[in-house]
Design a protein around this ligand. Structure first.
Ligand code: SF4
Ligand code: SF4
Length: 465
């Protein structure tokens, strides 16, 4: 998939070559198009499909070098699986690549407008926030100003260009004036804006958004009306589907890109085909600026939603659905892993260079959210729960000891990951899920990446064949 990388010289004596210490071999099932192994090397940036015979040549090198295999050996050298660098030299090179990955590349910041929400979804993972003291507060102008000032004091945010609105639900009648204020103040800094919203008041907010650089909104629809309304209800129990659809149509008419997220579990996965048909009939499939992503429903801190599937169970169901209707996932993608340049899915599909992944997500180096109570969070899923607050920005910026924990969580600081063969491609898994499962950030969360390797990577390989 990628084969343009080498640190080797053809003139070198065979005895100076050795197998790279950073090669990872992922066996593929027979369904992945006849190839048997996905062989990756995050140090040299390559991922290659290999037959059993080719892998055998690699594993026997150099003891059984054999003239008949010259072409294979030469290819293995070109792609860095066989290298002239010593173990120590490779380690040094990896340290450099590893540290480079920790530099902020696309910093992100968010204002948590309120923890109020007008919905009561059946699988809500944030319902521990629905207590009066937390619920009634909306961020005020003074706190927004303090957050904006703090953004200039955090080195990782030096080049930040965009801001998200987050909640609770950020777009409510009670938040309109402060949302306008944030758009005004952020625009003075040339920020562009993004938000995740339940979409209920989108129609009312679209005229306001059209005046600013709102470059994308994430809106959730869980299926057709009867499915969606049974899951994503208003706090008074009423349905929400048609009002959200109107809001999405208005946003698209105004040129605002929409990412529809479908939260999937055992209760609605069987309805995806029907929803695909509805989306097609509604004309969205042929519209520009709208995309659909299926994401698994996740557990909350103290909640296990009904119908929850593990990542492996979900992966099995997705693979089965794909067999039943190969075109479904051309319309609705499943979020196997973050679709980020340098991650394995992108290397397989687009041929981009595989990057070493010191940590799992941007929460560990370049994402900061500011809430109405003056708290700072790195992980959007953890906002509102002070167990995870990494500091305060009122009266002034002060990080606490948890900040260091979030910044230092990587595959070297997690004991289990230190000895894991896929560590430099996985990054240690989601820290928040690790905490929910083990009570510490310094534990790996393997399930999602393992499900991707077992079920998702073979699908992507099949797509490339
Ligand atoms: S989280 Fe699990 S799969 Fe990922 S690097 Fe750590 S041990 Fe490996
Ligand atoms: S820690 Fe987990 S939930 Fe939080 S931002 Fe990272 S991947 Fe998402």
């Amino acid at each position: 998939m990628r084969g343009d990388k080498t640190t080797n010289g053809d003139h070198m004596n065979e005895s100076t070559f050795r197998k790279s210490s950073y090669t990872v071999v992922i066996p593929l099932p027979a369904s992945a198009g006849g190839v048997s192994y996905l062989v990756c090397n995050p140090l040299y940036g390559n991922a290659s499909l290999m037959s059993g015979e080719e892998l055998e040549v690699l594993s026997r090198f150099p003891t059984d070098s054999d003239v008949d295999n010259d072409a294979v050996v030469s290819q293995l050298k070109d792609e860095g699986y066989i290298t002239t660098l010593t173990e120590e030299e490779e380690k040094e090179l990896m340290n450099k690549r590893y540290e480079d990955q920790k530099k902020p590349q696309n910093p992100r910041t968010a204002i948590i407008v309120t923890y109020q929400c007008n919905f009561r979804c059946t699988y809500c993972w944030a319902d521990h926030l629905f207590v009066p003291d937390t619920m009634r507060v909306v961020i005020d102008e003074k706190t927004v100003d303090a957050a904006l000032k703090t953004m200039t004091q955090i080195p990782a945010l030096e080049s930040v260009e965009g801001m998200s609105f987050y909640g609770g639900e950020p777009f409510l009648p009670s938040t309109r004036s402060i949302v306008t204020y944030i758009l005004e103040r952020g625009s003075e800094r040339d920020f562009s804006f993004h938000a995740n919203t339940n979409g209920y008041y989108l129609k009312e907010f679209v005229p306001l958004f059209s005046e600013y650089a709102v470059d994308g909104l994430g809106v959730t629809l869980d299926g057709c009306q009867h499915v969606h309304d049974a899951r994503r209800k208003r706090s008074d129990g009423g349905g929400t589907f048609f009002k959200i659809v109107e809001g999405i149509d208005d946003a698209l008419d105004s040129g605002i890109p929409i990412g529809v997220r479908i939260n999937v579990d055992a209760q609605n996965i069987g309805e995806l085909l029907t929803f695909r048909d509805w989306v097609t009939e509604h004309g969205w499939v042929n519209r520009k600026n709208i995309s659909f992503t299926c994401t698994p429903v996740l557990p909350g801190k103290d909640t296990t939603p009904p119908g929850l599937l593990t990542y492996s169970e979900m992966a099995e169901r997705i693979v089965a659905l794909r067999k039943e209707s190969p075109s479904l996932f051309k319309v609705m993608h499943y979020a196997w892993e973050y679709f980020v340049e340098g991650y394995l899915s992108q290397t397989i599909l687009q041929g981009t260079e595989l990057q070493p992944r010191p940590f799992y997500c941007s929460a560990h180096f370049q994402t900061f959210s500011f809430d109405p109570f003056g708290d700072i969070y790195c992980c959007p899923r953890a906002v509102g729960d002070r167990t995870f607050s990494v500091g305060q920005f009122i009266p002034e910026l002060k990080f606490n000891e948890k900040f260091e924990d979030w910044m230092n969580r990587d595959v070297l600081s997690i004991p289990r990951c230190r000895t894991c063969d896929v560590a430099l491609m996985c990054g240690g898994g989601c820290a928040y899920e690790a905490y929910l499962q083990s009570g510490t950030l310094f534990e790996g969360y393997c399930e999602k990446y393992r499900a991707f390797l077992e079920y998702g990577a073979p699908l992507f390989v099949g797509q490339r064949m």
